[in-house]
Unconditional design. Sequence first.
Length: 381
Amino acid sequence: MYGAYASVRDGDAVWNGATGVADLATGRPTRADMEHRVGSVTKSFTAVAVLQQSAAGRIRLDAPIGDYLPALVPGERGRAVTVRMLMNHTSGIADYTARAFPSLAQGSTASLDEFRHRTVSPARLISWGLDAPQLFPPGTDWSYSNTNYILLGELLRAVTGQDPEEVITRDVIRRAGLRHTHFPGTDPRIEGPHSKLYESFHGLIDPPRDYSEYDMTMAGTAGALISTPQDLDTFYRTLLRGGLLPGAQLREMRTTTLVKDESGRVIAGYGLGIYTIDTPCGPVWGHDGSVWGAGTTALSSADGTRQFALGFNLAKYQRTDADGRPVPHPVDAALDRLQTAALCGTGAPASTDPFPLPQTRPPEGPLAPPYLSSATGQGLR
């Protein structure tokens, strides 16, 4: 691992730490407060904005999405898929990333570079997801799909008449008092102090290539946000202590659907833009994310007392076995020990099975389902 940066809070106590380098060419060291592409952690922010509009009476969680977006989700699917199904990934709508990066299916990373400076509209992303076959009848199963959260962004646009990123900035980011969190829009750069973000793609890119400059319209309200570990700690603490949502909406957010692996074992509960996993000291809540070159984990105790947020700058560092599954790496175990110590204290026992491997090849998109993410070795487990 080239570099990592993290922040831990326990009540009023704060620990910030960084290790390694932010730039291989110059040897520039990492900083604990570096700005970072946080990928699917964005979904928690988008979900909060949707739930705020629900509290205001503008969105009904169990209403068909076709009531709000008839042109984007027409016909029977628009009547069958509800807002809640988009938020908890039970819609059955396919993820658009496979079609956005078609070379990955042929074992090539050429699509990564073709998309680097390409601006793409939410409608285009949604069409890629909707044009793929429906995965299952809406509401009958669970499958992580970034298309869901692009649709939720367009839902915010429909009910507010404003750009969804502006709504999230005003009602979530500023309300939480975050000073270093923003959507980059079409700007491919990270403006604040940041690390380069190196993508290995399981050895296909050798040496790993810097993808810190990237047009993140391909992720939008599903995964484009830039933040810092400190801001993520503040966000989840504020959220879980009731500072962003009324009690009824926070309870809805924390009402989960069970997530199972291929063997049927429950590995997490996914709520509305937030998930829960078990630790040696009890359940924690949050989200993780991956983009080309970076991984992020942000978790909090259920009562909002203790938070842990981490970013690191080398993605898909693991190699894969003959079946295409990532082989556990020493960095995986180190990240697990850090997470356990951060959330439970240094005397907590490490989990005995920290990274159970999925039984199928993990998706290889930049916003891959966290619980199968080969980019981090972290996430739902």
